[in-house]
Design a protein around this ligand. Structure first.
Ligand code: ADP
Ligand code: MG
Length: 349
């Protein structure tokens, strides 16, 4: 690990598996009364007091899901937790516990794993979840992180993908495409660096989209907002693979069609301008970019008044009968079939 080359480091072989687990988990203080037993036995013991239990898992592999040449380990730990919390939010639930499993190769000193866990604990603290277990193994090659998350919801609050109804409004939180454009920026600076290590990365003024890529936030706040204003989504999914793909999941599973209006898709000005610099269509970045971790959901038309003035929620279309198709209505009024790869897959037209 280059970033630790100039520091005193501790080889993992000095601790052994149990030493490492003990070291990484020694400061855990469980926050939830439902976390009866956390790290330290053969299984965690949890109490959900009559609620429905939500469970989801995501695995991140070095070289596939992250590139350590521009991803600080602390951000990576933070992101590994967020992408999991996002799945519980997407069910309209409250995340409460996580387990974290890691496969680590000997190229990582203890200090690197500590950085990773710093990010993990910061995310757990901020989103009020307990780390209650995991697994630790060695890996021949890259770093592997697998997180499982548990949460709860009342049965009537759970929002599935397959329950959108004709006439429902299609809504999305935050803005889209930023994480993808941020990734393009990081990849470009990496190429420049590899060609000439003397050139410093030029990420000036691009903080927002870099953060969207490296340090995403799950939208627990949106779940809480919807509850507070008395809106139960008729269906919901989180935006991990791009808006188009997620809308198609809802339409396919609900057996419905949709009209999505290009002009309504929320795109931050920095995302827009940087996409243009890269000769990319900002709309396609939003439709097919992915990793935004916003919430896409449908609501009854009668909820329109409760949502129309929410700054963090955009109404981007509506649900139709299946036979009407899945349509993207462009700014000029042309109708395209909505495809998961965008209508001109990143060619910049
Ligand atoms: P077992 O042999 O039963 O799999 P382990 O020795 O792997 O048990 O784990 C001991 C305890 O430490 C368990 O409670 C487990 O959940 C926890 N644990 C192991 N690895 C991690 C990790 N990377 N992060 C958090 N907890 C962990
Ligand atoms: Mg184990």
């Amino acid at each position: 690990m280059d970033m630790f080359d100039n520091k005193e480091t501790t080889g993992l072989e000095n601790l052994g598996e149990f030493g490492l687990i003990g070291h990484l988990t020694k400061n855990i203080k469980l926050k939830h009364p439902g976390s009866l037993k956390g790290v330290g036995d053969d299984a965690a013991v949890l109490d959900f007091a009559g609620k429905k239990v939500l469970l989801s898992t995501d695995m991140l592999l070095e070289g596939i899901h992250f590139d350590l040449s521009y991803t600080p380990l602390k951000h990576l730990g933070y992101k590994a937790i967020q992408v999991n919390l996002s799945d519980i939010c997407a069910m309209n639930g409250t995340p409460t516990q996580v387990t974290v499993s890691i496969g680590v190769s000997s190229k990582f000193p203890l200090e690197a794993i500590e950085e990773l866990y710093d990010g993990i604990y910061i995310a757990c603290e901020k989103y009020n979840v307990d780390l209650v277990g995991g697994d630790t193994t060695s890996s021949r090659q890259g770093l592997v992180i697998s997180v499982s998350v548990l949460g709860y919801a009342d049965e009537q609050d759970i929002a599935y993908r397959n329950t959108a109804q004709e006439g429902d409004l299609l809504c999305v939180s935050g803005d889209l495409g930023g994480a993808y454009v941020g990734l393009q920026l990081l990849e470009r600076e990496k190429m420049i660096y590899l060609e000439n290590p003397k050139i410093q990365p030029d990420l000036e003024g691009k903080d927002y989209i870099i953060e969207r890529q490296l340090k995403p936030e799950s939208r627990k706040d949106i779940v809480e907002l919807l509850r507070a204003i008395g809106v139960k989504p008729t269906s919901m999914i989180d935006v991990s693979d791009g808006l188009a793909s997620e809308i198609l999941h809802i339409c396919n599973q609900s057996n419905k069609g949709c009209n999505l209006y290009e002009e309504k898709i929320p795109i931050d000005p920095m995302t827009y301008d940087t996409a243009r610099e890269f000769n990319l269509d900002p709309t396609i970045c939003a439709l097919s970019g992915g990793e935004d971790y916003e919430l896409l959901f449908t609501v009854k038309q009668s909820d329109y008044d409760k949502l129309k003035n929410q700054p963090d929620i955009s109404i981007i279309g509506h649900i139709t009968e299946a036979s009407a198709g899945r349509n993207l209505v462009s700014r000029t009024g042309n109708v395209h079939e909505l495809k998961a790869q965008g209508w001109n897959a990143f060619k910049g037209e």
